[in-house]
Design a protein around this ligand. Structure first.
Ligand code: TRP
Length: 445
């Protein structure tokens, strides 16, 4: 154990890496679509409320556990109480499952970058997309490339790999998405999308149930988007310096994450409305609708390449964090070298991802509980593992570890003053667990 644990080289590096984990397909692909499906502005308002009330306290809790223990998520939970190692195990499993479908979508993104490099437009986007994602070999080749890139970065280690990459990717991402958002906002008819996104419309709200549905979607989206409840932030926090200011980071990360999500909304929704397209198109939104948008834009091909490169950046920095959670366990616990851990875990993920990819085509008819493999995996993580993980994290920190221990860690042993002690205690012990329990129960109704 004499080996000195790696650390982030600077707080900015940590911030970029953690924000890089948060900002991903969840912001760019999922957020606009879920917002589109849930009343736009109302969803945005609920999202921000939940982010502040539940998201930030759990973010603080996870980072504190990581920094206090300096261990991977499983061993961190075990150190707090040996009986609670299973909380880390849930995060470890969920990260593996999320990674197996994240890579598939990441591969699609690579395919679209390649397509726009060789052709100037996609003529029939829906057919193009369906033919591509249902074929057996090509998507697997792309997802392999995506995993290989992720593994290479993780093999380079914390400050060399993850941090350096995120430091470059994230500011670039910001710049690219602003360019595309401006482009979309200048389209004739864009104002309908802006209004939809920012001005609440109560005409579709007929019952408490309608409000509840929007609220629950927003809760799920906050968890996914901030990478909460899976041990990602325990792992990242474990590489954090003892003097780093946890609450300050726990505000910067969600602010960055939400800004990108809102910018993504502004890049996509006005364009969708301007062309009279469907905002709730789901996994196909980016891949089927946007090529229509690009085809009708000046410099469309150029913008398309920028856009998909941007989505790739976002996806890769999130994928790195997912792989790191899985690999860190083997590095710390099994004393495996970083290279071997990253490669071994990637190989396992690749095999699972092959099945996910095939579920869009050859294995589409293979169903468990009426769901194909992709749907099964997303439901397993979004509706089961993430709510359970988040709930248990609250209980672990609120009752098992105890709020006083967390507060000591947050203040870096008295170095920083933290003013919201009662609020965070009430949230972690009562409010957040109660709300998560609600989402969990209602999602099964
Ligand atoms: N937050 C990422 C996104 O928005 C996805 C992600 C990365 C994630 N790590 C995670 C989600 C851990 C849940 C748990 O795309």
């Amino acid at each position: 154990m004499a080996k000195r644990r790696e650390q982030w080289s600077s707080n900015f590096g940590f911030l970029m890496a953690a924000a890089g984990s948060a900002v991903g397909l969840g912001n760019i692909w999922k957020f606009p679509y879920v917002a589109g499906h849930n009343g736009g502005a109302l969803f945005l308002i609920f999202y921000i409320i939940i982010l502040v009330v539940i998201g930030i306290p759990i973010l603080i809790a996870e980072m504190s556990v990581g920094r206090a223990t300096h261990l991977n998520s499983i061993d961190a939970c075990k150190k707090i109480n040996p009986k609670w190692a299973f909380v880390g195990v849930i995060g470890f499993l969920a990260s593996f499952v999320i990674m197996s479908y994240y890579c598939v979508i990441g591969g699609w993104v690579l395919k679209y970058i390649a397509t726009y490099i060789v052709t100037d437009k996609i003529n029939n986007p829906a057919t193009f997309f369906n033919e591509f994602c249902s074929s057996s070999i090509e998507p697997i080749v792309w997802l392999f490339i995506f995993i290989a890139i992720t593994a290479l970065i993780v093999m380079n280690g914390i400050s060399n790999g993850i941090e350096r990459i995120s430091k470059i990717f994230l500011p670039l991402l910001f710049l690219f998405i602003i360019i595309i958002a401006i482009n979309s906002l200048l389209l004739p008819g864009a104002s309908k999308g802006v209004k939809f996104f920012f001005v609440p419309d109560f005409t579709d709200i007929n019952s408490a149930g309608d409000v509840g549905k929007i609220f629950l979607s927003a809760l799920g989206q906050v968890f996914f988007s901030l990478s909460l409840g899976m041990g990602t932030l325990i792992t990242y926090g474990s590489y954090l310096d003892k003097n780093a200011n946890i609450p300050k980071n726990a505000v910067s990360i969600p602010v960055l994450d939400t800004l990108i999500a809102i910018l993504a909304g502004l890049a996509i929704l006005p364009a969708v409305f301007a062309y009279d397209l469907e905002p709730g198109a789901g996994p196909g939104l980016i891949f089927q609708v946007l090529p229509v948008v690009f085809a009708n834009m000046p410099f469309g091909r150029f913008i398309a390449i920028l856009f998909f490169v941007l989505v790739f950046f976002a996806a890769i920095t999130s994928a790195i964090s997912l792989l790191e959670v899985v690999a860190a366990y083997f590095i710390d616990h099994k004393n495996v070298s970083r290279n071997a851990a990253a490669l071994g875990c990637s190989a396992g993920i690749f095999i699972a991802a092959i099945f996910v990819s095939l579920s869009f085509g050859a294995l589409g008819g293979f169903k468990v509980l009426g769901k194909n493999i992709f749907d099964l995996f997303t439901t397993l993580t979004d509706k089961i593992l993430m709510p359970i993980g988040g709930f248990l994290m609250c209980i672990l920190v609120g009752y098992v570890w105890g709020i006083p221990n967390m507060l000591k860690e947050i203040s870096s042993n008295g170095l920083y003053k933290f003013r919201y002690k009662t609020a965070i205690s009430a949230t972690l012990k009562y409010i957040a667990p109660a709300l998560i329990l609600t989402i969990f129960v209602v999602s099964f109704l």
